[in-house]
Design a protein around this ligand. Structure first.
Ligand SMILES: [Zn+2]
Length: 764
């Protein structure tokens, strides 16, 4: 990070010196760009209302909401979780929204017994507790806190030799194979990071391990990053990351795949849920991990596996031997989703949606409240405009989800319950989780990329006083590798947004519902070291994060502006040239991936033939010679290329049709009924779904974006093809190429349809 930042500053200076004349110099206001999807007349009205809107959010309110909501632990099933939901209900009412609470009853295990002990070569009993810190007033609420645990770990009491597996990804186990080290019958210790935490016990169990310990290494979010709490923001030796460790088949309640967990719903038996881990799992601090790691012997780790503890990291197995006990109360707990509506005036059946979760692991100031309080302050401001006479065209729905932490449950169960209505009515969903100081981070559906760029150009950075777009763009240039990457960034008018994987409540909307989704937040300049520990609280947030709540206010201004534009636009601001361009980059990546796999396999076999492995291995170590690799066959990517090309042509046609219609925005356009055309536009995202879903994961229906089956959070784009290539499943890859090629053509046809309607208005 520090290196990157230095490089970034140098490049930033260069960049500012070489700013083209039409670009904004720091501190100058941007000339208004035309509002995408608005006629000249309605754009003026929109600008006036937006200006009023952006003046309303108050940093003091954000602070006060956070202070109150984080004043007690508020995990699923706790009294304060319900209290917060009821408090928000009352606020929405006061602000003029039509609001109700929707309940779901879901599986939420809590710890009954946790024990971790080093038996050999010396005895050590892990503390498994986070002590209160003097001066941090909520850190001593032990009676109300959930102790550190991983939710949906199976019950177990296991003993075995300890093996260190780095991040515990599939690549790490491949490395272990090369060293001739097996984890069969062993308990593995993996560090957080490198993959979503749920992947670690999954891959460990696939390799025969009987238990899994996950710890936070100081290299990743502790003293190697900065001063530790309470002196600094970063994780101290006692802080533990809690979190769910379910398998990746579907999101939501493990007992109700594909349907809503409404009270009284049918449920799977716990033993039949594929989401529960196969082996027991326990998370620990680096204070607890150090004696365990120090007791491991055997081969020293390769350099990239080293953490920051002052020990030599060994892989094992043994002589360290541990006993791990994890047992849970497998209870059904009630969720409280708060759902609030502002009715639309003329397209009330088109819903623009916004939300974040309100449940936390403990006091949850950063996660989730830093995002949630911005969502609330927007709702207050929109309510204020409504009282002043503003009437959004479309219905606006604001949601505060419960049960996100254990598995995106509140949002997923709500979506599954209302799927038919949402299929028809949902325009888009915008999410905001953990927010801190720094740069705008926006990911989402690429049909909204241009739109989101437009919004970001109109919002001031609260500390730099340039647009948040300029800051984020400059950071991208600073981070770009190679002249080519930087050139592209400078010459592409829209900053690329990233694709969405997993990790917060947008996932079900996009992956299961085919609803265009966005996640936005600020980050990069506030410590993030207390994630899911008892120290992620109001004291920590107000000392080390967005201490003045000005980025909270900026988030409310940004997302609120986006919601207003989506709700008010004459023509919904979906745009497809950026989408087509992005999908073409994915297709190129896939072709490159296959080529790399072919080259690597050939090289690997050649080195085997030449005796390279035998010659370079340490003669004093036992090394298993790797086996020969299958050479990946050539695959015909033409259906995918043709699909992407059709999409690209349709996108250009639609783009020029929109430009024309807004250039001569005469009576024809203003009088036309755009209702159906708009529906066609937002339903383009639905067309990316395939009914049968991804192989082995039918709940995941989106064919452009999905979280990886073996990475969790991180996105796999065109997942059916990419994962098949990664897993050497050639028939599946070829079938995927055909499926996605057809889907891209279907998308292109819908966009052509929309374009031809606009062309008719243009009198063509
Ligand atoms: Zn969160």
């Amino acid at each position: 990070m520090k290196f990157v930042l230095n490089a970034f500053l140098c490049v930033l200076v260069l960049f500012l010196i070489t700013l083209p004349a039409q670009q904004q110099a720091p501190g100058e206001k941007l000339p208004s760009t035309p509002l995408q999807g608005f006629t000249a007349n309605s754009a003026q009205q929109e600008r006036d209302w937006e200006k009023k809107f952006r003046a309303i959010p108050s940093a003091d309110n954000l602070r006060e909401y956070m202070r109150l909501m984080s004043s007690h632990p508020h995990h699923v099933g706790s009294p304060w979780d319900k209290q917060n939901a009821e408090w928000m209900l009352a606020r929405f009412q006061e602000w003029g929204w039509d609001v109700h609470i929707e309940n779901f009853d879901v599986l939420f295990p809590t710890p009954k017994e946790r024990h971790l002990e080093l038996l050999e070569p010396a005895r050590f009993v892990a503390r498994l507790q986070e002590p209160p810190i003097a001066g941090d007033p909520t850190s001593n609420q032990q009676a109300e806190q959930l102790p550190p645990y991983n939710a949906y770990s199976i019950d177990g009491d296991v003993t075995g030799p300890l093996v260190y597996v780095n991040y515990g990804t599939r690549d790490d186990y491949e490395q272990l194979d090369k060293f001739g080290i097996s984890v069969k019958g062993a308990i593995v210790i993996a560090r957080y990071g490198g993959s979503w935490r749920g992947i670690k016990p999954k891959v460990a169990a696939e390799h025969g391990a009987v238990g899994c310990i996950i710890y936070s290494d100081p290299a990743d979010d502790g003293f190697a990053e900065g001063d530790v709490y309470p002196q600094g923001a970063w994780r101290n030796k006692d802080a533990v990351q809690r979190g769910a460790v379910t398998d990746t088949y579907y999101a939501g309640d493990p007992l109700t795949p594909g349907w809503g967990s409404v009270p009284g719903a049918k449920r799977l038996e716990i033993k039949d849920s594929p989401l529960i881990t196969k082996i027991p799992v326990l998370p620990i601090s680096y204070g607890d991990a150090q004696p365990l790691l120090a007791a491991i012997g055997g081969r020293a780790v390769p350099p990239t596996w080293r953490g920051a503890l002052p020990i030599t990291y060994h892989i094992g197995p043994g002589p360290a031997k541990v006993r791990l006990v994890a047992k849970f109360n497998w209870d059904i707990k009630r969720l409280y989703d708060v759902i609030a509506k502002l009715p639309g005036s003329d397209s009330a059946d088109q819903w623009v949606m916004r939300g974040n979760h309100h449940d936390a692991w403990v006091n949850g100031a950063s996660d989730p409240l830093s995002g949630m309080v911005a969502v609330l302050e927007e709702a207050r401001a929109l309510g204020e405009l409504y009282k002043q006479g503003w009437r959004p065209k479309r219905t606006i729905i604001y949601a505060a989800w419960d049960g996100e932490e254990p598995g995106l449950i509140g949002s997923t169960e709500w979506l599954e319950t209302h799927l038919d209505e949402l299929e028809q009515h949902a325009v888009a969903y915008i999410n905001s989780d953990n927010n801190t100081r720094g740069f705008l981070r926006v990911s989402g559906s690429h049909s909204l990329e241009r739109f989101l760029n437009g919004v970001a150009r109109d919002i001031d950075d609260p500390e730099k006083h340039i647009s948040i777009w300029q800051r984020a763009h400059a950071l991208r240039i600073g981070d770009a590798t190679g002249a080519e990457g930087r050139e592209e960034l400078r010459h592409r008018s829209d900053m690329r947004i990233r694709a969405l994987g997993d990790g917060s409540d947008y996932a079900s909307f996009l992956d299961h519902g085919g609803i265009a989704a966005v996640d936005m937040r600020f980050g990069g300049e506030g410590g993030e070291g207390q994630y899911h520990s008892i120290y992620d609280d109001f004291y920590w947030y107000t000392h080390f994060s967005d201490t003045q709540f000005v980025y909270g206010r900026a988030l409310a201004q940004t997302a609120g502006t986006a919601i207003m534009r989506l709700a008010d636009a004459d023509l919904l601001p979906f745009e497809f040239t950026d989408q087509a361009d992005t999908i073409k980059t994915y297709v190129k990546e896939l072709e490159k991936l296959l080529k790399i796999e072919q080259d690597e396999a050939k090289e690997h076999n050649l080195e085997l033939d030449e005796g390279v492995f035998g010659a370079v291995s340490d003669p004093r170590r036992e090394v298993q010679l790797p086996s020969r690799k299958e050479i990946p066959p050539f695959i015909n990517f033409a259906p995918l290329e043709n699909g992407a090309e059709a999409l690209s042509r349709a996108a250009q046609r639609y783009d020029s049709a929109t430009r024309k219609v807004f250039d001569n925005s005469g009576a024809k356009f203003a009088a036309a009924s755009l209702h159906e055309l708009n529906e066609k536009l937002y339903k383009t995202e639905r067309l990316f779904l395939s009914e049968k879903g991804l192989p082995g994961r039918p709940w995941f229906k989106h064919q452009i974006y999905a979280p990886g089956a073996y990475t969790g959070y991180a996105v796999k784009t065109i997942p059916v093809v990419r994962e098949a290539l990664e897993q050497y499943k050639w028939t599946e890859a070829e079938e995927g190429v055909n499926t996605v090629g057809e889907i891209l053509k279907r998308e292109a046809a819908q966009i052509n349809d929309a374009a031809s309607e606009l062309e008719k208005m243009n009198g063509k």
